[in-house]
Design a protein around this ligand. Structure first.
Ligand code: BGC
Ligand code: NOJ
Length: 811
């Protein structure tokens, strides 16, 4: 069942009922100010950090799920309704929500009155604009009361939801004309406040939740709306809110617009006040004046569209498969930008308070956005490298506001360092900017110890190479990519964190996955070293990589597939000798991607085993058979009920690894099939089962062992976005940036007769046409560049050209 449809020309998903199986959300904001915006206008805003600088309040884990947002109540005669249906839930005569690139438009209709709510964050400003347009479609005059309502968060979202003995006394506001200034804690240490304003004269306002909503009513039936008149309340402590009352008179056919703005404003420390305890409003007034007319809002909205047009022009495919085009050209790249901005911090499943920026998460996310915003990718790389430790190991996460490592979920996740090599190489292959390798990066943010980025990469590599276990495989440490395979944890106490309990460095538990990762990115590192003339080190690195390949082929091979790990007793994990969890997906994908076993058939065998043992109609499960009991020596993975999350869920992130691996052995048909099974766009028709948004990937789909097989969870913030884009754009469609130009190496279904790619690369636009006259899955027979035949499949870097045409014939 569908709950809407794709409008590709406008790059929108159009939701046609407010009753989606879960809130279907969008993200507003591109730089530093962000909003989460659901199809019923739920969600919240923050500046830079969803935990520390939260502007509006949101209650997670609520019933209904989506409580709190920017709500506009329309009182038209006796009927009260909201354009987005929530929270009043008055049945609407018509409803759509268009989620587009960085904006959403909700249109509701009731009793011949239409209300259109456009929400977006201007490109480089710290505010969310909500423009409401009311149109009288009836043949008689309408007198309408419009009430706005948002609930302020007292900045630190965690404190806000726990520290009530203090918070109920700190709230403060000022109201001047149509503007509400939320200034809690401003009198002491904060020098920022929030504003909520509207560009018209108001009939009244409220800033006290108890007054507006009423002590016993709730947002579904606010007191003030029922009475039809604001209380002009000034809040002192308790819950500060912002509400405006506008009286609107509409002749038949007439429309009127109202621009509401929720903004974040900062003052210099010595210019906080204009009078004792009266906030300096200068920057707020400047901000408001930029959006106080329709024309100014139109202009800001156009700028946003231009920004996205530009970004999404860098890689486009034109194929016969409309869904593929839609995924690649619009939604996958959009989701990559969102994961760039949010990492794993703020979604409808991530509260914004828990996790900062993950080290490995941010490194992998970069694979999906480096072609879009290379300068920002450069900055991100330096931020990440600055948090590394001198011995090459890393924190597991860092805080976006301070950019410092954060030990909250510990360190010693031994895959982390290698992802730094992955993202730096991706950056170099995209940009050719080798100067980044000389950039001085600190250790644990201590500038006095800064060394060039290249040295950081070397320490990453060396850390893994010198921390091997009894089978000459890398020690797993706290965990590897699979945060829940906790081989050194041994937790027996309820509530203990699996991620920080037990020693971070167990002496023997080893990871075959890290071994594969080491081989893949060790090879890349060696080729980088050769490329910059460091042949001696390149040879040493290659020698280490070769040793690791041998170790994997020897102790990391189970006969039909790659072993997953060795536990703290040196027993294999993910082996046929195990009672449960005999085969895991991760080492099959990573080892084959690294090229291990390609020559001797092990790679083919491993992938066949994946197909036979792990595959389902909704994607490949993480492991089989699912764990039915808690295994103390394996940790969190066995704490999940069978079929959920890492315990045999379809963990979308590693499905594209299998798609990539299939291309390594030339299986274009299977690679595409793997891709299709988890791709939300192909699942739109079964949205009632899948439940999460059909336009973005979710982290996990319940596996075949789960009672809710096929149900998605944790949408939006997942490494799946970047890895799918990598798998599709580079491994399947086959446009791979190398240090010295674009390589064309498609691996596609045999019935694909060809497609076209437009790719902006190092300042030049490449028009690439792929022809597949003989229906092969892989192989380039010939290539011409601007009509000239070229040997091999690397398009030489176009030095003085802005436009290059390439024709590739497979065969
Ligand atoms: C989740 C993982 C996540 C980890 C760290 C676990 O509970 O299952 O997916 O990576 O927590 O936050
Ligand atoms: C989600 C985490 O963000 C990611 O870092 C991890 O690799 C996966 N879960 C698997 O556990």
């Amino acid at each position: 069942m569908k709950y809407g449809y794709f409008d590709d020309a406008n790059r929108e998903y159009v939701i046609t009922t407010p009753r989606t199986p879960l809130p279907w959300i969008n993200y507003l904001g591109s730089m530093e100010f962000f909003g989460l915006f659901s199809n019923t206008a739920g969600g919240y805003d923050f500046y830079k950090d969803a935990k520390l600088l939260r502007l509006t309040r949101y209650r997670y884990n609520n019933s209904p799920y989506d409580c709190g947002g920017r709500y506009y109540y329309i009182k038209d005669g006796d009927t009260v309704w909201n354009p987005g249906w929530q929270p009043v839930q008055t049945e609407l005569d018509a409803y759509t929500c268009r989620h587009g690139m960085g904006y959403s438009v909700i249109t509701g209709k009731k009793n011949d009155l239409e209300a259109e709510l456009l929400a977006f964050v201007p490109i480089s400003d710290n505010c969310e604009i909500n423009r409401i347009k009311l149109t009288n479609l009836s043949s008689s005059k309408k007198e309408i009361d419009l009430f706005s309502y948002i609930e302020f968060c007292l900045w630190n979202a965690e404190d806000d939801s726990t520290n009530f003995q203090r918070n109920f006394s700190t709230g403060e506001v000022e109201v001047i004309g149509s503007t509400i200034y939320h200034k809690t804690e401003y009198r002491e240490r904060r020098r920022h406040y929030a504003i909520y304003t509207v560009n018209k004269e108001v009939a009244g306002f409220d800033t006290s939740r108890d007054e507006f909503v009423g002590l016993y009513n709730g947002a579904r039936n606010p007191q003030v709306v029922a009475e039809g008149k604001s209380h002009n309340s000034e809040c002192h402590g308790w819950a500060p809110i912002g509400s405006h009352h506008l009286k609107v008179s509409l002749e038949p056919g007439a429309s009127e617009t109202f621009v509401f703005l929720l903004g974040y404003v900062e003052n210099p420390k010595d210019q906080k006040f204009e009078a004792p305890n009266v906030v300096n409003k200068k920057p707020a007034i400047e901000m408001m004046s930029k959006y106080d007319t329709d024309a100014k809002v139109d202009k800001a909205f156009d700028d946003l569209k231009v920004y996205w047009d530009e970004l999404l022009s860098k890689y486009t495919v034109n194929s016969e498969d409309e869904k593929l085009n839609r995924l690649v050209n619009i939604w996958n790249q959009y989701q990559c930008m969102i994961t760039f901005n949010m990492s794993r911090s703020a979604s409808y499943f991530e509260s914004g308070m828990g996790r900062g920026m993950g080290f490995r998460d941010s490194c992998q996310d970069l694979l999906g956005f480096v072609h879009l915003v290379p300068e920002r990718a450069r900055e991100r790389i330096i931020d990440i490298a600055n948090t590394q430790f001198e011995n090459g190991s890393t924190y597991h996460q860092y805080q976006p506001l301070t950019k410092r490592g954060n030990a909250a979920i510990g360190g010693g996740f031994n895959d982390d360092p290698l992802w730094l090599i992955a993202c730096v190489c991706a950056y170099l292959r995209e940009t050719g900017d080798f100067s980044i390798l000389d950039e001085k990066c600190a250790f644990d943010n201590d500038e006095s110890k800064a060394t060039p980025l290249l040295d950081h990469l070397d320490r990453s590599f060396t850390y893994i190479a010198t921390n091997l276990g009894p089978h000459a495989l890398p020690l797993i440490g706290r965990a590897d990519w699979n945060d829940c395979l906790n081989l050194n944890c041994f937790s027996e106490e309820p509530g203990e964190s699996f991620q920080i309990t037990g020693p971070s460095e167990g002496p023997v538990a080893e990871s075959v996955f890290i071994a594969g990762l080491f081989v893949k990115y060790g090879k890349e590192y060696a080729s980088l070293l050769s490329r910059i003339g460091k042949e001696d080190r390149a040879k040493e690195v290659t020698a280490e990589v070769d040793k690791m390949v041998a170790a994997v082929e020897d102790k990391g091979w189970d006969g039909e597939w790659f072993v997953r790990a060795y536990d703290a007793y040196s027993n294999p994990v993910g082996s046929k000798v195990c009672e449960e969890g005999q085969i895991y997906i991760e080492p099959q994908g990573m080892c084959v991607m690294a090229g291990i076993g390609v020559e001797n058939g092990k790679a083919e065998k491993a992938l066949k085993s994946v197909e036979e043992k792990l595959d389902t109609k909704f994607g490949i499960t993480l492991l089989q058979p699912a764990y039915t009991k808690y295994h103390v020596e394996l940790g969190e993975i066995t704490s999940y009920p069978p079929g959920y999350k890492e315990n045999a869920g379809i963990f979308c992130h590693n499905n594209p690894w299998i798609a990539c691996a299939e291309t390594v052995v030339g299986h274009g048909n299977r690679a595409f099939e793997v891709f299709k099974k988890t791709c939300p766009i192909y699942l739109e028709e079964i949205s009632e089962i899948h439940r999460t948004e059909p336009y973005v990937y979710c982290q996990m789909v319940a596996g075949c062992d789960a009672p809710t097989f096929g149900e998605g969870k944790n949408s939006w913030l997942t490494g799946t976005a970047a890895w799918t884009f990598t798998a599709m754009s580079q491994y399947i469609l086959g446009i791979q940036p190398t240090f010295d130009g674009l390589m064309v190496n498609p691996c596609i279904p045999s019935d694909n007769k060809g497609y076209k790619i437009k790719r902006t690369y190092r300042g030049c636009d490449y028009d690439i046409e792929i022809k597949n006259p003989n229906g092969v899955e892989k192989g380039v027979a010939s290539m011409t560049v601007d009509g000239q035949a070229v040997d091999g499949n690397i398009i030489p870097i176009a030095k003085d050209k802005k436009q290059v045409s390439v024709v590739v014939t497979m065969g």
